[in-house]
Design a protein around this ligand. Structure first.
Ligand code: ZN
Length: 150
């Protein structure tokens, strides 16, 4: 289990060092701001929605390794998905991080997102890992509100 945890940590650090989809999108159809006051993580999420599909998604921001890695892996995971598929993935990810402690964390169907399963042991860090997803909710709902984890 220790090996798996080290591997997960390595994936998170890699994405923090060289985040994927980290750029401004000048032709975005939707944009949302996210802020996690507990840690100070800030992010701007850009999306290009075509029909009911997320044609492209990028982000920019500043924050801790977990928040940045989470946004990086999330954008990889939802690019090309429909809005409903992205919503379903959010539900699974949320369950993985905040499910009851007696339920074993199950990363099935989550791909790389499963690297955040260890975060559930650190409640303060759960907010860092879910910030990108909260911000995505704002994008999916197409509101102008700033997404907050509180
Ligand atoms: Zn953070």
């Amino acid at each position: 289990m220790t090996d798996l945890r080290d591997l997960y940590q390595e994936v998170i650090l890699d994405h923090n060092k060289s985040p994927h989809n980290y750029r401004e999108m000048t032709d975005a159809t939707r944009m949302a701001l996210g802020y996690n006051p507990l840690c100070g993580d800030k992010m701007k999420l850009y999306a290009k929605i075509e029909g009911d599909r997320i044609a492209d998604v990028t982000f920019q921001g500043s924050g801790c390794a977990i928040s940045k890695a989470s946004a990086s892996i999330m954008t990889d995971a939802i690019k090309g998905k429909t809005l409903a598929e992205a919503e379903a993935l959010y539900g699974k990810f949320h369950d993985l991080l905040t499910g009851p402690p007696d339920v074993k964390a199950d990363g099935a169907g989550l791909g790389k997102l499963a690297v955040f399963s260890g975060v559930r042991e650190f409640p303060a860090r759960v907010k860092c890992a879910t910030l990108a997803w909260h911000t995505l909710q704002t994008v999916l709902k197409n509101t102008q509100d700033v997404a907050k984890t509180e």
